[in-house]
Design a protein around this ligand. Sequence first.
Ligand code: FAD
Length: 501
Amino acid sequence: MLPRGLRAMRALRLGGLGRCPLGRAFADDAAKATATATATATAATAAAPGGSPGVNPKTSGLPMTTPGAPGAVRPRVVIVGTGWASFRVLADIDTKKNDVTVISPRNHLLFTPMLASSALGTVNQRSICQPVRPLTAKKNATYYESSVVGVDKEKQLVTCKTLGGQEYNLPYDKLVVGIGFQPNDFNIPGVKENALFMKETADATRFKDHVLEKLEEAAYCHALDNDLTLSDEEKWKIQELLTFIVVGGGPTGVELAGELTDFLYNEVANLYKNLKPYIRVHMFTYDLLNTFDEKLQDYAITHLRKKQNVQVHLGAFVQKVEPNVVHVKLGESAMSIRYGTLVWCAGIKPHPFVSDFGFAMNDKGSQILVDPFLKVKGEKNIYAIGDCATIEDYWLPQTAQVANQQGQYLAKALGMDESKTKPFEFHNKGTMAYLGGLTAIMANLPGVSRITGFVAFLGWRFTYWFLQLSMRNRFMLVTDWLRTFIFGRDLTRFGPRSKPT
Ligand SMILES: Cc1cc2nc3c(=O)[nH]c(=O)nc-3n(C[C@H](O)[C@H](O)[C@H](O)COP(=O)(O)OP(=O)(O)OC[C@H]3O[C@@H](n4cnc5c(N)ncnc54)[C@H](O)[C@@H]3O)c2cc1C
């Protein structure tokens, strides 16, 4: 018997919102989850213990339950990665028909569109991460915290490497590769050494810590000469420490600039009153939000410049990054700026895995080439999805939406007769970006071509709230937003300053 409070919460989760369509969707999800868990548990108890027919001792040791083929061994599906594409395959795949193993060094799905929000503390990092374990437990799948470092296509084995460096092999019947991309420094001197990046939660933590460090340095640097008066030289130093540079005007760069300026002109302006006049934010980019139409691009540029105080430099190419100076080419002219923080959001490149393991590649050699059914060209049982793959003659942007839909498609296709599957088709459900100052832009929504301003901001928040993969994350996000609204963003600085005693 559950305590009364818990019973009430469960009732709310399963059907308390039943009158609104959204509530019904949650209730349906919960009912489906319960049905899947019950079916799997029933199958598990019905089978004989390990070693009996139908149990594959090499993999999870779970009973084999392929419907219609009693005792038949389920195909071993190895899913590589826990990103948007792979996680969706895991969430949707029928584990009664497939013996699923997930391999990824990251034990969670990161809700990347909100990484910038988490970098400045508007929301907590844990609120935008979906751990893989609850899902593998619910679906009777296996998870290994490792990276795949090799594929033997002849023997159908993947070589995995643990975070501690030990290697082991795993057999597969079907392999699903969804390993994404990594940031690209385009071999520009000094980027790797001096820039911050924005790709994983660790990048967001490092960014926030770095920003707080620069603020504190700026607050005490005038006292280092044992004289509290502010010299011109010290003013220049403070301005350097408080110069923030965002390189790249895609959604990541723009959203980060928006969140950063929200933080600087609210919490920082209030709590470091003397420092406000020295704050500078620059964005260097060739173009801005080039996947949106011109009107929305202009709206975003104007908003960033006028409302968020970002100096947006278009047509810019960064040439070199030194520890405190960035050198940029702007058309025919060039400029150098001293900075305290430089964050690189300017491009992505394939992981070595993508190019090293003999898969068919696109002309640029940057993405795995797949057929319209997401199968790697020339392979019988290897699929590639998400950012790391491109469909022959069907270009799609490298976005979470594409990756998610490909994962959904493949999970279904893996349980079907191949001759009955239709080619993958992408359905654009709209794009959006947050610009800071409770303002966003939304485009290509069903029935509406553009929305801007506060209404778009509400739409942006609601969409990302709704897209969370669990009620836990939805709950955490709402409480984070409420906390930030009432108390502001947190400025506590952990890291090396809080060593265990
Ligand atoms: C900051 C940021 C903001 C973004 N904002 C948006 C947005 O607003 N809208 C949008 O649509 N898209 C956005 N994107 C893009 C979107 O995140 C990607 O398109 C999406 O993540 C691609 O999904 P994926 O599954 O292909 O790769 P990823 O999500 O990158 O996942 C790759 C997975 O593979 C794992 N992996 C890597 N190498 C190995 C290996 N050797 N072995 C095993 N596992 C491995 C990784 O740990 C990870 O789990 C954003 C991206 C970033 C970084």
